[in-house]
Design a binder for this molecule. Sequence first.
Ligand SMILES: Cc1cc2nc3c(=O)[nH]c(=O)nc-3n(C[C@H](O)[C@H](O)[C@H](O)COP(=O)(O)O)c2cc1C
Length: 167
Amino acid sequence: MNTQRTAFDARELRNVFGSFGTGVTVVTSGQAASRRVGVTANSFSSVSLSPPIVSWSLLAASPSLDVFDRAGRFVINILSVDQLPLSRRFASSVADKFEGVAFTPGLEGLPVLQDCVATIECRTTERLLVGDHVLFLGQVENYTYQRKPSLLFCQGAYVQGAECSTA
Ligand SMILES: Cc1cc2nc3c(=O)[nH]c(=O)nc-3n(C[C@H](O)[C@H](O)[C@H](O)COP(=O)(O)O)c2cc1C
């Protein structure tokens, strides 16, 4: 459909944006146990290689926003296919999202989830309110990665990637 409009239906707009397949991350922050937060996010994007800068956005009404702001840092945890339950957990409103979740303290004590495809520890360099979300930009200070299948999300569903045939 190719239409030009000024007011959009929210459900349809979600479908349009969701047509773009992404990976799935849990973005974590907070030093002390009582202040630990984690949010499933597919808004992660790499922005610059030199200097290394990434971005992601958080709903401005999120109860976790204050912790991200105060810490001035965040960790992008890129999930593998076998970590799908973590995506569900960190997208829920369960009281303690970290209960039973394996993580280690990273730079400044922020939680770094174990067994991820990659983890990227960042210092927030810019924070911008954009509509109903807060856009965070962060400089990469540390990372880990390993070769395993990444969890993907496209058209409202979790998917598993397979290399396209060239035939
Ligand atoms: C695949 C997927 C991607 C998501 N991406 C984002 C995102 O980029 N930003 C966001 O604010 N919420 C995103 N959400 C929703 C949050 O994970 C969910 O609202 C979560 O409960 C937010 O945590 P909070 O209650 O601490 O704010 C996503 C959810 C799913 C399942």
